[in-house]
Write a protein that binds this ligand. Structure first.
Ligand SMILES: *[C@@H]1O[C@H](CO)[C@@H](O)[C@H](O)[C@H]1NC(C)=O
Ligand SMILES: *[C@@H]1O[C@H](CO)[C@@H](O)[C@H](O)[C@H]1NC(C)=O
Length: 326
C-alpha cells in the first residue's frame, strides 16, 4: 500500500469524525443503523487542565478497601490501590476505521462511541463507585465533572441497548503493550480458565454465564470452546486475516508453559456492564479487543490491521448475528 492510500484512510477517518455530533464536549457519538457498537474509551490525549489528574487510591489498612479521590489529602497507596492511566495510542484511528469497514461490509453504519478525554483524567472502563464499600472508585475518583461525562458515555450505551430489537454486539477497542504481538480478545474468562479449556481440564460449560457473549451462547447452543476457539470464532477470523489473536488458533499451537506465561486482558468494566452477562434480558453481547503495541505504533500496519479487524468482526457478525441486517 502506498502513502497516498494511508492518507486517504486518514482523510476518511477525519471526515467521519467531523460529520457527526457530540453528546457532550467529551463524548463523541456517531449514531448507528444496526445492533453493532464500536466503543473507543482510551484513545484520547485531550486533557482538560482544570480537571485534577487521577491517581492511586488510598487504602484503609487492609489493602482491599480502596478509596479513590483525586482531590482528597489521603496518601495514595499505589501497591494496594493501583490505577490505569496509559493512553491506548492510535486506538481512535484504528477503531474509527474498523467501524468504516463494518459499514462497507454490512452496508449499514454501526454505532460509534468515543471518549474524547484522556484516561489520566477519566477512565470510563472502570467503575466510579465501589459496590462493596460504597466509596469512590478508580473511574472518576469523585470529581463531579468527570462523573457527568462518565454518565453521558454509559448512558449512551444504555440508551442504544434499550432501543435495540433482538441481539447485538459491542466491540470495545483497547491497546496493550504485552510484547506478544497478538490481539487479546476478552470474553470475561481469565487466562487460567482458557488454559483449562485448552488442556481439557475444564470445558467451562458450568461457567458459561460468565461469558461476554452469553446471549449468543444461549441462542446458538454453541460450546464455550466453539465461541472462543472454533472455526467461526472472532480469533479464527482475525488470524485468517493475518494477525494473531489470543485466544485464537495459534494459541492451540503453544506449549502449556508458553501459554501460562502470557499476559492477557480478559475484558473490563464496559464488557461486564453492557454485555449480556448482566443484561437482564437485553441481548447485547460484548467483547474487548486489546490491540498490541507492535501494530498500533506502526504507521504502515495500522491501516492494514484496521481492515483486518473490521473484516474479521464483520465475518463474525454476519455468521452469528444474521438478525441485525433484517
Ligand atoms: C440447547 O441444548 C439443550 C441441551 O442439549 C437442548 O435441550 C435445547 O433444546 C437446545 N436449544 C437449542 C435452541 O438448540
Ligand atoms: C506483528 O504481527 C504482524 C502480523 O503478523 C506483522 O506484520 C508484524 O511484522 C509483527 N511485528 C513485530 C514487531 O513482530
Amino acid at each position: 500500500m502506498t502513502w497516498k492510500y494511508h492518507l486517504m484512510l486518514l482523510w476518511g477517518a477525519l471526515h467521519v469524525v467531523q460529520a457527526h455530533e457530540f453528546d457532550s464536549e467529551f463524548v463523541q457519538y456517531i449514531p448507528g443503523e444496526i445492533n453493532v457498537i464500536v466503543s473507543i474509551p482510551h484513545g484520547s490525549r485531550s486533557s482538560p487542565t482544570s480537571w485534577p489528574s487521577r491517581r492511586a487510591g488510598c487504602s484503609n489498612t487492609n489493602g482491599y478497601d480502596c478509596f479513590y479521590s483525586s482531590t482528597s489529602s489521603c496518601v495514595p497507596d499505589p501497591n494496594s490501590c493501583s490505577y490505569g492511566y496509559f493512553t491506548d495510542a492510535f486506538t481512535e484511528d484504528i477503531g474509527i476505521e474498523v467501524a468504516n469497514v463494518v459499514k462497507q461490509r454490512l452496508g449499514k453504519q454501526p454505532h460509534v462511541l468515543i471518549l474524547k478525554v484522556a484516561r489520566k483524567k477519566l477512565d470510563v472502563n472502570r467503575p466510579i463507585f465501589n459496590s462493596y464499600n460504597g466509596k469512590y472508585d478508580e473511574g472518576a475518583q469523585g470529581f463531579a465533572p468527570a462523573q457527568a461525562v462518565y454518565d453521558k458515555y454509559h448512558g449512551r450505551l444504555a440508551q442504544i441497548k434499550s432501543q435495540m430489537m433482538g441481539r447485538g454486539i459491542l466491540l470495545d477497542i483497547h491497546g496493550q503493550a504485552h510484547k506478544q504481538n497478538s490481539t487479546e480478545l476478552g470474553y470475561l474468562f481469565r487466562l487460567d480458565q482458557i488454559e483449562d479449556l485448552i488442556n481439557g481440564v475444564d470445558n467451562l460449560e458450568t461457567q458459561r454465564r460468565r461469558c461476554g457473549l452469553l446471549s449468543l451462547l444461549d441462542e446458538t447452543n454453541a460450546s464455550v470452546w466453539d465461541m472462543l476457539l472454533g472455526p467461526n470464532s472472532l480469533g479464527k477470523y482475525l488470524e485468517d486475516q493475518g494477525f494473531k489473536a489470543l485466544p485464537g488458533p495459534s494459541t492451540l499451537q503453544m506449549s502449556a508453559a508458553t501459554l501460562s506465561g502470557l499476559n492477557y486482558f480478559n475484558g473490563g468494566h464496559t464488557v461486564k456492564e453492557h454485555g449480556s452477562r448482566y443484561s437482564n434480558g437485553k441481548q447485547m453481547d460484548a467483547v474487548q479487543a486489546e490491540i498490541p503495541g507492535e501494530i498500533r505504533w506502526s504507521s504502515s500496519l495500522r491501516p492494514t490491521y484496521a481492515q483486518a479487524l473490521g473484516n474479521a468482526f464483520s465475518d463474525f457478525v454476519l455468521h452469528f448475528y444474521p438478525n441485525i441486517l433484517v
